[in-house]
Design a protein around this ligand. Structure first.
Ligand code: GDP
Ligand code: IMO
Ligand code: MG
Length: 430
């Protein structure tokens, strides 16, 4: 049995969607285990581009089943919209192709209103959330007052839950935000209807995953966001509200750690970040401009320009420790073509002290000065390259240095957005 977790190693947008789509061929099921529609995972297949926010990136393979695990927060309006948009493009998403955990929590309209209002109130100190209601929904889950998928599909339970929850939400909306409160009926009716549409897809996902692996089937766990956005291990408070690290897969899908045999780290060949928070290797010069332009670094969810900088192996080693990576998929190597000189951050200097580790935000991270190694660049375009030995020597040296500094092999090297633009050096599940 080979069940692999795919984890983002930086601040999200590493190209997880593309990697998951590619690896789907070798597995039976694909599970999202955390986050919600803050994620934007891009697939380019047969010249067509698909951006998925909630549905796992295996969905373009008709014979595979995708799962939304209990750890995901689901906005049913967004999910149904995504299902409808896929149907318009000929991808029919029924119960054979998608199952949603009955234990997944729902993002309700007040979660989004609170997310946006809190960001506005923070002004210049805002986190730069995606404004999708992710944080407030996880807050309600932990406070034991959330609404789950199982509640949505049972009319009477849904009504009772809303009766219990609405007075407090309306108090917050009216008295704290100065917003209009919701009436029970205006929420109940559309949510009841969405519940009935989604009912055939709702299932005990953990149980199905166990049945699949017992039969010898394999599962791919698709992380959203990235290690440094993890609520526990990321650059808190500039993080998301879930655990995108490998341990999150167990909690968020309902499997035990012994079910997992590999953890694939997805790392961009440079670094990007959307939203606020420290970013030691950020380049606010023509190098940053090159990376934005050549990498088309604009958010797949909010369209925001991504902040760009040099490869940082301090954050990658940190990520490797937290998730126990077994190998790497390095993406967007093609974007570095044309830069005469490349820099790799190997350590930080914090207040005069050399360190190999990341201090927390507020305790030195914002004062970190990256220590760089310089490496020669290359001029050749890489998008047509499919074999390791056909890469320019400088590109191979760059990846080999990255492997040595992180202590992991780069099994996959991606050289373009399309499914086939990938150098496969070793299958990560072997
Ligand atoms: P995810 O959130 O980790 O799935 O990543 P996103 O989809 O948000 O962002 C990655 C972007 O890079 C998308 O536009 C992909 O189509 C694109 N992409 C992925 N791999 C490569 C690659 O190797 N080269 C280039 N140029 N683009 C890539
Ligand atoms: P994928 O899966 C990049 C960032 C937001 C913000 C912080 C908190 O596509 O890699 P949230 O809305 O989650 O409360 O925002 O996290 N963020 C992401 N950045 N890629 C993502 O997902 C992200 N999801 C959240 O920009 O800084
Ligand atoms: Mg993304």
């Amino acid at each position: 049995m080979a069940c692999v977790v795919v984890v983002g190693t930086q601040w999200g947008d590493e190209g997880k969607g593309k990697v998951v789509d590619l690896l789907t061929e070798g597995v039976d099921g694909i599970v999202r285990f955390q986050g919600g529609n803050n994620a934007g995972h891009t697939l380019v297949v047969g010249g067509q581009k698909f951006i998925l926010h909630l549905i796992p990136s295996g969905v373009l393979h008709p014979e595979k089943t995708c799962f939304i695990g209990n750890g995901v927060v689901v906005d049913p309006t967004v999910l149904l919209g995504e299902i409808d948009r896929l149907a318009e493009r000929g991808v029919m998403v029924g119960p054979e192709r998608l199952r949603i955990s009955d234990r997944a929590h729902l993002i309700m309209p007040w979660h989004q209103a609170l997310d946006l209002a809190r960001e506005k109130a923070k002004g210049k100190d805002a986190i730069g959330t995606t404004g999708r209601g992710i944080g407030p929904c996880y807050e309600d889950k932990v406070a034991r007052r959330g609404i789950r998928m199982a509640d949505l599909v049972e009319e009477e339970i849904l009504r009772a839950k809303l009766e219990e929850i609405l007075p407090e939400k309306n108090f917050l909306l009216e008295k704290f935000l100065g917003d209009t409160p919701f009436t029970l009926e205006e929420i109940f009716e559309p949510y009841r209807e969405m519940g009935q549409r989604l009912k055939p897809l709702v299932a005990n996902v953990s149980l199905i995953l166990e049945e699949t692996t017992r039969r010898g089937g394999t599962i791919l766990f698709e992380g959203a966001q990235g290690t440094h956005l993890d609520i526990d291990h990321g650059t808190y408070p500039f993080v998301t509200s879930s655990n995108p690290t490998a341990g999150g897969a167990c909690m968020g899908a309902g499997v035990g750690p012994s079910a997992i045999s590999g953890v694939l780290a997805v790392a961009k060949a440079y670094t990007t970040r959307v939203g606020a928070g420290p970013f030691p290797t950020e380049c606010l010069d023509q190098v940053g401009e090159h990376l934005v332009r050549e990498g088309v670094e604009y958010g797949a969810t909010t369209g925001r320009r991504r902040r760009c900088g040099w490869l940082d192996t301090v954050i990658l080693r940190y990520s490797a420790r937290i998730s126990g990576f077994t190998s790497m998929a390095v993406t967007k190597l093609d974007v570095l073509t044309g830069l005469p000189n490349l820099r790799i951050c190997t350590a930080y200097r914090v207040r005069g002290q050399l360190t190999q580790d990341m201090p927390p935000v507020g305790y030195g991270l914002e004062d970190c000065e990256p220590v760089y190694e310089d490496w020669p660049g290359w001029q050749q375009p890489l998008r047509e390259v499919r074999r390791w030995e056909d890469l320019p020597e400088a590109a191979r040296r760059y990846i080999e240095r990255m492997e040595a500094l992180v202590g992991l092999p780069a099994d996959l090297v991606s050289v373009g957005p399309q499914r086939e633009q990938m150098i496969i050096r070793r299958a990560p599940w072997k």
